[in-house]
Design a protein. Structure first.
Length: 135
C-alpha cells in the first residue's frame, strides 16, 4: 500500500476572537459545532461542519502566537447554497450583505462573497438548475 493522503479531514483558521467567529459560522452559515477542546500546546479549538459535508473547519484561538492579520485574497472557504437570492435575504435578516456579487451566469449558476469576522473570505456558490451542470 502506498503512503498517500486519502481524505481531507479539516482546514484550520486561526482567529483573534473565537466566540465571535463560532457565532458567525453558526448564525450566518448554519454550520454545526462538532466538538471543542484545548490542544496540548494550549490552543482553544472548535470544529465546525456544514450539514452535508464530512470535512471540518477547525477554528483556532492561540493568542500567544500573536494577532491574526488576514491578507486580502489569501484564502477562502466555499459553501453551496440552493439560492443566492434567498441567502442574500438571510444575510440582510442578520444585518449583513454580500461583500462582492452575486455574479450569475447564463446557466443559472453563480457566486458571491461575504467576509467572516477575522477578514477571511467566504464564497457562496449556487449550482446551475440545468441537469448535470456545475457552478
Amino acid at each position: 500500500m502506498k503512503t498517500i493522503a486519502r481524505k481531507l479531514l479539516h482546514t484550520r483558521y486561526r482567529l483573534n476572537d473565537l466566540e465571535k467567529s463560532v457565532d458567525f459560522y453558526k448564525r450566518v452559515l448554519g454550520l454545526q459545532e462538532v466538538r471543542r477542546h484545548k490542544s496540548p500546546r494550549g490552543s482553544e479549538l472548535v470544529f465546525m461542519k456544514a450539514p452535508e459535508s464530512e470535512e471540518l473547519i477547525e477554528l483556532c484561538y492561540f493568542p500567544s502566537s500573536g494577532p491574526v492579520q488576514v491578507q486580502p485574497d489569501l484564502t477562502h472557504l466555499a459553501f453551496e447554497v440552493d439560492s443566492l437570492d434567498e441567502f442574500g435575504k438571510h444575510l440582510a435578516s442578520v444585518g449583513l450583505k454580500f461583500s462582492d456579487g452575486p455574479t450569475l451566469k447564463a446557466d443559472g449558476s453563480g457566486f458571491a462573497f461575504i467576509d467572516a469576522p477575522e477578514g477571511y473570505e467566504i464564497e457562496i456558490m449556487q449550482r446551475s438548475k440545468q441537469s448535470g451542470a456545475g457552478y
